[in-house]
Design a protein. Structure first.
Length: 171
């Protein structure tokens, strides 16, 4: 049993990349996220999508839209990191984004966004030379991060939220 329902797979921890196969395994997690998300959502009865995934948490519907919002930002952050020297990346208020009116839409558009976005992101990441993953972006709150760190963070982020859905008290 998990000790903290906010972190069902544990908190994010960066592991310095030891070889290219480790990076490729992380890219595969990015590639496979939409498939895992679709499977998790398929197990949730439609009338339970507006149930919080944990006490005090977002609804499952908000969570799915959040993943799409977050990973759209990830895509832009990778592209900035690959084309600019240590660019400042813009944070956003994810809590307020989750309250915008489109957070009540059906989940299918956000899942479709993730399927297509992750296809492009995976192609970009697979074709990026290994030495480019040492390039950096600067987050005004979290400091300087390499693209390897961003890669691991967003792979973790997707799995983290899929676990929220699969552990939600709606089944």
């Amino acid at each position: 049993m998990m000790s903290d329902p906010r972190y069902p797979i544990g908190k994010f921890s960066f592991v310095p990349v030891s070889d290219e196969s480790a990076r490729q395994a992380t890219i595969a997690e990015i590639r496979d996220l939409p498939k895992h998300l679709k499977a998790a959502v398929a197990a949730v009865p439609a009338d339970k999508l507006d149930t919080p995934y944990r006490e005090g948490g977002w609804t499952i519907r908000q969570l799915i839209h959040h993943i799409a919002d977050s990973h759209m930002n990830a895509f832009i952050r990778f592209r900035l990191g690959l084309t600019e020297d240590a660019p400042m990346i813009k944070p956003y208020n994810e809590k307020l984004w989750a309250l915008l009116p489109d957070a009540s839409l059906p989940v299918e558009p956000s899942i479709a966004i993730l399927e297509n976005l992750h296809h492009r992101l995976t192609v970009l990441l697979e074709l990026t030379p290994a030495d480019a993953f040492t390039r950096e972006v600067v987050h005004p709150e979290n400091g300087t991060m390499t693209l390897d760190r961003l890669l691991q963070l967003y792979a973790w982020h997707g799995l983290h939220h899929v676990a929220h859905i699969t552990n939600a008290p709606v089944h």
